[in-house]
Design a protein around this ligand. Sequence first.
Ligand SMILES: [Zn+2]
Length: 342
Amino acid sequence: MEKPLDRYSRQLLFPGIGEDGQKKIRQSRVLLVGCGALGSNIANNLVRAGVGKITLVDRDFLEINNLQRQMLFDEDDVAASLPKAVAAANKLRKINSEVEIVSIVTDVNPSNIEALVRDADVVLDGTDNFETRYLINDACIELGKPWVYGGVLASYGTTMTIIPHETPCLRCIFEEAPPPGTTPTCDTAGIIGSIVSVIANLQGTEALKIMVGATDRINRGMIWIDVWDNSVEKIQGSKLAPECPACVKGNYEFLESKEGTHTTTLCGRSAVQVSVRGNPSVSFPTLAGRLESVGQVQYNEYMLRFLVNGYEMVIFPDGRALIKGTTDESVARTLYARYVGA
Ligand SMILES: [Zn+2]
């Protein structure tokens, strides 16, 4: 027998959703890639709203400095060193036992993304790096699944909703990812918790609109908000870029792993190599300037050495890095995304 909808009574009263909308939400399957700052907020929102199924995928473990902005977690989760996807699932099951919650601790990559996306009605971006976002973009365009991009840093954030072949995709707007080492990350520029909640809640609302079929209401462009400056901008973007490699030409370069970062474990050395294809060039003075506040940095013309939290990262001008102190490729990719930025 179908479960009653009483717990959603306030949401049913909202004309944009109503009883029909609530039933559609209950039938919907969500894939959430990344369960950190944006992801934990999005999951909280959508599980309370009563989605049918949510799959949480994350490669990271909890640290104490996550609690400032990752609203689902507490000190017990950190003390237990739980993976974020697992800690989130435990909490979400207590919030709404009607929702089917699947947690997967893995690095989303070209070999597993299509299966994950195929099983979803809508995909949400809770990641912190462009490599994974381009991969989500490729898989969603190829499989015709709507997805909601979100990015946050310092006090500002952006979000954009992508309906494949109907609204501009991520590569229509940013054809290439910024080269490694050129953009700040939240580990170098910092972040305040409120912007995370703002962007995550916009992303969650866009997903609900997609689930209930209110695609006439979605954000067809890009919303940019700075909560410290009180500025809000809406950039209209209704047309696909005529030369877009993904949604116009159908070249799924990230899915085919022709671009992006690749990792190799270096046997017997407790180190992982992270390499970037496409020969980017890293400016050591710029990168060192960003990293000085978070760890110990030294460089010469051949390499930059960075010590942080017991890891040693050696970065080369072609964007390649050797990360010592781990043999786990997911940890190495996380450190690379966090400090070099890709
Ligand atoms: Zn496109």
